[in-house]
Design a protein around this ligand. Structure first.
Ligand code: NAP
Length: 361
């Protein structure tokens, strides 16, 4: 690992996820203050002028201009890591071009999540899928690591510790997804006020495919997806941040409830690793009858740098063969920018980032 912080850029810096990236990277020990890139709408404005989040912009970045960027401009600035918060569809070809030019890309967009050569990563769950990188691509290309859809992240964190214990025959999940999951400006106010919308385009399909891939087993250069059916209902509700999910697992095995709870509370696969944005523990188990709640639990996660990175599990009911619980996770932090930053920290720690000359560090 290098000691000097690595030069980075955020693409999509004026958007909802981009601003969470700015917040997380403004004083990051491994990644340098980022170059801020966005589209034509925001080019030339200062980050502080387009700021959307409730807390103020980081002082080190508030005055920074949002730049019209090109791959050549990133090259001139010596950028080695790009955090991509570009819209899906736009992101795909741009990210591939950057990878071809030797830049390492950590992406929130959906375009490359299911590409066989690129890991779809949640470090606590499938950190070993980073091994796909050693087997794909040219050594003078950068790496591309994606993180899942924001509703998938909370689900896989909650399932990872209990899959072996329960050997599910099926997983049913119903989501209550926050407005910011749709980016800015999100859902029109007259559509969502006094309402719940029981449809989010392609979300249910993404949850099924991405969960199966992340919980799948890496065999050499490919991942064998988990075979268990994942049956999702996805709905948009009028909360700002934090996706709540009601999960029912149909189990083959019948462990004691205490074993299930212990599997969640003991789960900390990144414990002992020097990853600044990793929450310890990554799952917080609440025993109150009315938690988790978006308003009270979306910022779960310690240490302070990992605020919003823990998933909160609660309302656990075990009536074999059915395990029912709720899980909450912050869609834009754990399910978005924070997930990508943690992916980059793990890739750096594992020596998986590439340099232009082709050597790994
Ligand atoms: N919101 C979430 O909870 C969430 C969670 C996980 C993953 N994601 C994914 O993260 C990505 C960003 O989502 P978001 O919610 O932050 O969206 P958003 O608020 O709509 O922001 C999109 C950003 O992309 C920029 N942009 C658009 N076209 C561009 C182009 N051609 N070149 C450069 N920049 C361009 C926009 O810049 P302008 O201001 O100039 O238009 C803006 O900064 C999406 O792929 C989304 O699916 C979102």
């Amino acid at each position: 690992m290098t000691d000097a912080p690595i030069p980075t850029a955020i693409l999509g810096a004026s958007g909802y996820i981009g601003q969470h990236f700015a917040r997380l990277l403004s004083d990051h020990p491994r990644f340098d203050l980022p170059l801020l890139g966005a589209g034509e709408r925001s080019e030339g404005k200062r980050l502080g002028d387009v700021w959307l989040l409730a807390e103020p912009p980081p002082s080190s970045l508030a005055e920074r201009p949002i730049e019209g960027w090109t791959p050549a401009r990133l090259e001139r600035a010596g950028v080695r890591v790009v955090f991509s918060a570009l819209p899906s569809g736009t992101a795909g070809p741009i990210e591939q071009e950057l990878v071809r030019r030797g830049v390492n890309v950590f992406s929130n967009a959906a375009d490359h999540r299911l590409d066989p050569g690129f890991p779809l990563l949640v470090p606590e769950v499938n950190g070993d899928h980073l091994g796909l990188l050693g087997r794909s691509g040219r050594s003078d290309h950068g790496v591309l690591v994606t993180n899942p859809n924001c509703s998938t992240t909370g689900l896989v964190l909650a399932l990872a510790p209990i899959v072996e214990l329960l050997r599910p025959t099926a997983v049913h999940v119903a989501t209550y997804q926050a407005l910011s999951g749709a980016g800015y400006p999100g859902v029109p106010s007259l559509t969502i006020t006094d309402n719940v919308v029981p449809f989010i385009r392609e979300e249910e399909e993404k949850m099924a495919r991405e969960t199966a891939r992340i919980l799948g087993t890496r065999r050499g250069a490919r991942v064998v997806p988990l075979a268990t059916p994942i049956l999702a209902h996805c709905a948009r509700v009028g909360t700002r941040e934090g996706h709540l999910e009601a999960v029912t697992v149909e189990a083959r095995r019948r462990p004691d409830r205490a074993e299930i709870e212990a599997a969640w509370t003991a789960f900390d696969p990144l414990g002992g690793l020097d990853l600044p944005t990793a929450p310890h523990p990554p799952i917080e188990l609440r025993r109150e009858s009315d938690r988790p709640q978006p308003l009270r639990d979306r910022w779960a996660g310690t240490p302070p740098r990992a605020r919003g990175m823990a998933a909160v599990v609660g309302r656990v009911r075990w009536t074999p063969p059915y395990l029912r619980f709720f899980v909450l996770s912050h869609n834009a932090v754990r399910g978005g920018a924070g997930g990508s930053v943690l992916n980059a920290e793990l890739a750096l720690l594992r020596g998986a980032l590439r340099t232009k000359g082709g050597s790994s560090q």
